[in-house]
Design a protein around this ligand. Structure first.
Ligand code: NAP
Ligand code: GLV
Length: 309
């Protein structure tokens, strides 16, 4: 029995080192050096080459390197009947909440404007936006959205969350389902996207959505680039309906050099780092599922393939 890393874009060694430290006996293979394909029972994946997983006829688990599984489920040749798991671990919401708090405070305290003032040697105090006057609306109230919502409430923001099913989170106004979306959006001074990418959420950050936001709203997209309809977004920025955005994820990653987002003064860009998978925190969870395969126990953090998350 062996565990295969199949993640061509990732820097694998820290993850392998961590797994080996936890279990020196583990048979670890790194794609494309797979050895005997029939040995592979768990594949740890991030943007695997589509169709490749069909080659492992004894596969029991396709594990995502991250919280999202869209990169797995987009494979039209995914082996049938193999469970797909994802990362659910406290380091993920910790990183993500820090990132969205930083972005929200950056917006309220207008740091981007002061950065520009520094370049121009301009001394110009501005009255900041008070947290209590700002409504932060979070799309997606799962492991990441719920944690961010709770922490933003503690900072004094008015916080609402949108999900498929209603939630009870102290201090957070819950909106559920498509019928509640317009009301949810109508209050959002800062809109944060923390949805999984599914057929229902692809392109959800579009013209219709932006039109329902109050004028001057700010967007933080930390979910997936394909949630955002780029042309609609640029139009909304151009006409001033959106005041700016912090984007961590993009349709094409790395973001191409000639992409208009790079030069836009009101767009903050980070390279898909809002919540990275920490090897030390996350590899024990992968190993646990590997041992569960051996002992025939149910796997943890299995996703619903039909639902898409
Ligand atoms: P999760 O625990 O599965 O939560 C997903 C949330 O979205 C749930 O609250 C779910 O509602 C809601 N949702 C799903 N489909 C919906 C729909 N059609 N309408 C309304 N709400 C819907 O996911 P998570 O672990 O929080 O992660 C969310 C996403 O963040 C991941 O899928 C990934 O794409 C992204 N992510 C990005 C980074 C990064 O570094 N940029 C890092 C980690 C994750 P219910 O609760 O009612 O089911
Ligand atoms: C990162 O994008 C993840 O899905 O964990």
């Amino acid at each position: 029995m062996a565990l295969l890393f199949i993640a061509p874009d990732l820097e694998i060694p820290p993850y392998v080192d961590q797994l080996q430290a936890l279990d020196p006996e583990l048979d670890i293979r790194i794609w494309p050096e797979i050895g005997d394909a029939d040995d592979i029972e768990l594949a740890l994946t991030w943007n695997h080459p589509l169709g490749e997983l069909r080659n492992f006829k004894n596969l029991k688990c396709i594990a995502s390197f991250g919280a999202g599984v869209d990169h797995i489920l987009r494979d039209p040749n995914l082996p049938q009947g193999v469970q797909v798991t994802r990362v659910v671990q406290s380091s993920m919401p910790q990183f993500m909440s820090e990132f969205v708090i930083l972005s929200a405070l950056n917006y309220c305290r207008q740091f981007d404007i002061y950065k520009n003032d520094k370049v121009k040697k301009r001394w110009k105090p501005r009255i900041p936006l008070l947290a209590r006057d700002i409504c932060i609306s979070i799309m997606g109230m799962g492991q990441l959205g719920a944690d961010a919502a709770t922490k933003l409430v503690q900072l004094g923001f008015t916080v609402s969350g949108w999900s498929r099913t209603p939630k009870t989170i102290p201090g957070v106004l819950s909106f559920a389902g498509d019928d509640a979306l317009a009301d949810f959006l109508s209050q959002a001074n800062i809109l944060i996207c923390l949805l999984p990418l599914t057929s229902a959420t692809k392109g959800i950050l579009n013209r219709n959505t932006f039109e329902k936001l109050p004028p001057g709203a700010y967007l933080i997209n930390v979910a997936r680039g394909e949630h955002l309809v780029e042309k609609d977004f640029l139009d909304a920025l151009e006409c001033g309906h959106l005041s700016g955005a912090c984007l961590d994820v993009f349709n094409i990653e790395p973001l191409p050099e000639d992409h208009p987002f790079w030069d836009h003064p009101n767009i903050m860009i980070t390279p898909h780092i809002s919540s990275l998978t920490d090897p030390k925190a996350v590899m024990p969870q992968i190993l646990d599922n590997y041992h569960r395969i051996i002992s025939g126990k149910p796997l943890l953090h299995v996703v619903d393939i039909e639902r898409g998350y």
